[in-house]
Write a protein that binds this ligand. Structure first.
Ligand code: CDP
Ligand code: CDP
Length: 230
């Protein structure tokens, strides 16, 4: 039987998680699960339905009545809510500024974690988010915690926006990223923290390829150890 390997990548906003997670999944033929996109999709749908993201009960009703899917298409992985492609909309500032409020609710996290665990069931996956190594996949074979300075992260998001033709201001981005980190790290249920057994990689002065290679090395270390039965 083929060996199943799960890779958990956590860390604060714009540390480079999804970029490297996608590359690694492609290279190794693993499934990629962007858990942030799931929280963003729910936030988008709540706003569409005029529901306050801070209203746990109403947001939960939306979640229980929504089909949130990550689908592999010829344009890469796309995010769908009730069969509508919302991949672009979930990155808009109105969603970004509210998503951490949605992700704070215990009942929402419980349901999301369960959906995410099902997506990883019996498959080799690379999953990125905030609580993957601590809660979603606590037995992941490889756990990575990516960090970078807030200045560098704001700069990266700014450059990304410019490339996409989205109006962008580096100071506002710095504030938005810091505010979100603050809420994500201080919430009561599964806050953003490094799992005890995660390997921390500071990407501030690393290229994407360097980060990817470090993670691939960790995966191959695990494989070598395992094939020797250690
Ligand atoms: O791409 P970026 O790092 O800006 O954010 P994301 O990964 O798309 O996640 C958006 C938000 O969803 C985060 O700021 C968290 O509030 C929440 N999130 C979470 O709570 N747990 C996860 N496993 C993933 C995301
Ligand atoms: O998923 P997360 O929010 O952690 O970050 P991301 O969306 O993967 O990365 C944010 C931006 O930083 C992307 O445009 C990446 O290309 C860029 N990046 C970089 O310039 N250098 C790195 N070492 C990692 C990411």
């Amino acid at each position: 039987m083929e060996q199943i390997i799960t890779v958990a990548i956590d860390g604060p906003a714009a540390a480079g998680k999804s970029t490297v997670a996608k590359m690694i999944a492609n290279q190794l033929g693993f499934i990629y699960v962007d858990t942030g996109a799931m929280y963003r999709a729910l936030t988008y749908q709540s706003l569409q339905e005029g529901v306050d993201p801070k209203n746990e009960e109403r947001v939960l009703t939306i979640l229980m009545n929504s089909i949130i899917e990550l689908k592999q298409t010829e344009n890469g992985q796309r995010v769908f809510v009730n069969n509508k492609d919302v991949s672009e909309e979930i990155r808009y500032p109105d969603v970004t500024s509210q998503v951490s409020f949605v992700a704070q609710h215990p009942s929402i996290r419980k349901e999301m974690v369960s959906r995410q665990q099902k997506l990883a069931n019996n498959r080799s996956v690379v999953m990125d988010g905030r609580d993957i190594g601590t809660h979603v996949l606590p037995d992941a074979e490889v756990k990575i915690f990516l960090v970078a300075s807030v200045e560098e992260r704001a700069k990266r998001r700014h450059e990304e926006n410019i490339k996409k033709g989205i109006p962008s201001d580096i100071q506002s981005l710095k504030k938005e990223i810091s505010d979100r980190d603050q809420i994500d790290s201080n919430r009561e249920v599964s806050p953003l923290i490094k799992a005890k057994d995660a390997i921390e990689v500071d990407t501030t002065s690393l290229s994407i390829t360097e980060v990817k290679d470090q993670i691939l090395q960790e995966i191959s270390k695990y494989n070598t150890k395992n094939s020797k039965g250690i």
